[in-house]
Ligand binder design. Structure first.
Ligand code: PAF
Length: 267
C-alpha cells in the first residue's frame, strides 16, 4: 500500500540540487509536520534565461543523495528533461502568475517566474503533497507560488522556512560557490545594507527612495553591482506606502559570476 493510501501526510521539498545546510533545514522542517518527506532535484531549464547559468549550475547528485539519506528523507525524485518536458520546452503548457512576476527579480530575469510556476505545479501534480516547504530567501518566489496555489485552488499548504545564513550573515545559496575568494569576504554587504535600511525604517525614516539609494551606494562601495534594493509591502511586493505596517526590504546584487538575493522583514 502506498503512503497516500495509508493516509500518511506527505511533505515535499522541491530543489535544484547542490544541497547545502539550508536545504537540509527545509527537509527537517517538512519532517516536523509530515509522516513522509519527498525531495525533488531537477535543474529546471525553463526558469533559467538564455544567458544564465543552467549549463554550469552545479550537479552534485551523489553528494546530494548522501545528505538526504543522512537526514532521513524518505523519497528522492530526480527526473530528467525528457520526463518533465516530454513534448519539448517550446510547446510546454505554461502556468503564468499575472502579478508580482515582472518586478524585482522578474524585471532582470524575464520568464523566470513562469518557469518556476510551471515546474512547481507539475511537481505538485506528480508528488501530490499535503504540504510543501520553501525558503524565505526566495521571498518573491514564495509569494508567487502562494498566489498561484491560491488562484488555481491547489490543495497544498505552502510553508515558509527561515533564511539560513553563514556566520557573517550571507544567506546560504548554491550560487555562493561562484564567488571569488575576495568577493566572498564582502558578500555579506547585501545583508548588511538590507539590515541598515530596516533599522532606518524602524527609527522612523520613511524616505524609502533615499534609503534605497544609500543602500545601493554601500553595495557599490565594496565592489558589487546592485540590481535592486526595494522597500516593499510584504504581501503585494509593491513599493511600500509610508503607512504600511508589513514591510520587507528585498535586494539583489551582482558579483562577477553570481547574482545574489536576500531580504529582511520589519516584523
Ligand atoms: O527554489 C528553487 O530551488 C527552485 O526555483 C524550485 C522551487 C525548486 C523550482 O525549480
Amino acid at each position: 500500500m502506498t503512503a497516500r493510501q495509508q493516509g500518511k501526510r506527505i511533505g515535499f521539498v522541491p530543489t535544484l540540487g547542490n544541497l547545502h545546510e539550508a536545504h537540509i533545514e527545509l527537509i527537517k522542517r517538512a519532517q516536523q509536520t509530515n509522516d513522509v518527506v519527498v525531495c525533488s532535484i531537477f535543474v529546471n531549464r525553463l526558469q533559467f534565461g538564455l544567458n544564465e547559468d543552467w549549463d554550469k549550475y552545479p550537479r552534485t547528485f551523489e553528494a546530494d543523495s548522501a545528505k538526504l539519506r543522512e537526514v532521513g528523507c524518505d523519497y528522492l525524485f530526480h527526473p530528467d528533461d525528457s520526463e518533465m518536458y516530454p513534448n519539448g520546452l517550446d510547446t510546454q503548457t505554461r502556468v503564468i502568475c499575472s502579478t508580482m512576476t515582472d518586478m524585482l527579480c522578474g524585471a532582470s530575469r524575464p520568464g523566470h517566474f513562469e518557469g518556476v510556476t510551471t515546474i512547481v505545479s507539475k511537481l505538485f501534480n506528480i508528488v501530490q503533497p499535503d504540504e510543501s516547504v520553501f525558503g524565505i530567501k526566495d521571498y518573491q518566489q514564495l509569494a508567487v507560488i502562494r498566489r498561484m496555489s491560491e488562484d488555481l485552488c491547489i490543495p497544498v499548504d505552502i510553508i515558509a522556512a527561515p533564511i539560513h545564513r553563514e556566520p557573517d550573515g550571507l544567506a546560504m545559496s548554491s550560487r555562493n560557490s561562484y564567488l571569488t575568494a575576495e568577493e566572498r569576504t564582502k558578500a555579506n554587504q547585501l545583508n548588511k545594507s538590507l539590515n541598515w535600511v530596516v533599522e532606518q525604517v524602524k527609527l522612523g525614516d520613511r524616505d524609502f527612495v533615499a534609503l534605497e539609494k544609500e543602500a545601493n551606494r554601500q553595495i557599490e562601495a565594496v565592489g558589487f553591482k546592485p540590481d535592486y534594493i526595494t522597500v516593499c509591502n510584504s504581501k503585494t511586493l509593491e513599493m511600500a506606502a509610508v503607512d504600511d505596517k508589513h514591510i520587507t526590504v528585498l535586494g539583489a546584487m551582482y558579483a562577477t559570476a553570481a547574482r545574489l538575493i536576500d531580504n529582511v522583514s520589519l516584523n
